[in-house]
Design a protein around this ligand. Structure first.
Ligand SMILES: [Zn+2]
Length: 160
């Protein structure tokens, strides 16, 4: 697949999940936290502050393919990431989503900001329109700077 990241850099990779796992593709701000089987990073393309992704390093589609220790490793990372987002005053609700459609497992943690809920219905069907809106309207210098600061703060919280 190919695309343009938040910073305007063009990329073309076989698999975005593999490229992030082997570090040939660096998401905005870099990897937030890495465990044996997963990485936590900001969404590389959608400029919504704190839109986090937990991706597996291996090709799996579903949590059913995890061993129990891997499932615990995954959930601990998920829990810690979600709790870390609670330290941001403007985040009080998130959508946690894992579609089993992709060949490379990725789990979304998407903050639902008040300004988003003012613009869109607070429902699953709004997710794609929200992402499209963000890609078209939120690649501003200020917002990108806020995202980088958010990533740095999450790194500090999650790697203590
Ligand atoms: Zn892959």
């Amino acid at each position: 697949m190919e695309g343009t990241d938040l910073l305007g850099n063009y990329f073309k990779v076989e698999c975005i999940g593999c490229a992030l796992a082997d570090k040939s593709l660096v998401p905005v701000g870099g990897i937030i936290k890495e465990t044996e089987n997963f990485i936590l990073h900001h969404d590389p393309e959608v400029p919504i502050k704190g839109f986090l992704i937990i991706a597996s390093k291996q090709h799996i589609k579903s949590i059913t393919q995890l061993s129990k220790p891997q499932a615990i490793e995954f959930f601990e990372l998920c829990y810690k990431a979600r709790v870390a987002l609670s330290s941001f005053e403007d985040i009080d609700e998130c959508a946690l989503i894992q579609e089993e459609r992709s060949s490379h497992f990725h789990f979304w943690i998407l903050p639902k900001y008040k300004w988003l809920n003012d613009l869109f219905d607070n429902s699953l069907s709004s997710l794609r329109p929200i992402m499209k809106y963000a890609e078209e309207n939120l690649k501003t210098e200020k917002n990108i700077e806020d995202i980088k600061m958010c990533v740095e703060r999450l790194k500090l919280i999650l790697n203590e």
